[in-house]
Design a protein around this ligand. Sequence first.
Ligand SMILES: [Zn+2]
Length: 148
Amino acid sequence: MPEAVIMAGKRGGTLARRPHCANPECKRQFLRPVGSARKYCFTCRPPVDRKSDPVPSEGEDAAPEPGKIEAESIRELAMAGRLESLEAEVVLRLARAMDSPATSGSQLASLAPKLLEARRVALAGFRPDSDRLDELEARRRAKIGGGA
Ligand SMILES: [Zn+2]
């Protein structure tokens, strides 16, 4: 008997080695790692543990396209001219974590206030649309003046 079969019998005997993804919209068959209780394929739930990932380097290539929150954060920070700051990096790291499909609901709940605080610090002193605010203020004054 091949060794792999013996191993499979000893360790999770109840777990199929090639299960179908638990995502009803996917149902793709995938190879489950030995000792893992993974229910979803690697496309639906990318591995969190980067050490077991065969990809040699993690970096810019790991996230080819920014998610919704990260993209919006980049836009805001760039507009404020703060994209190169350390504070901006913190915002983007948090945004990336929030965009990740691997992030759970409770993790999101704890990340959200941190992101908003980091964003506040990163954008501190910057008024996003000062011309428009000045215009509103001028109109408000004109209205008060005209009504009296
Ligand atoms: Zn899947």
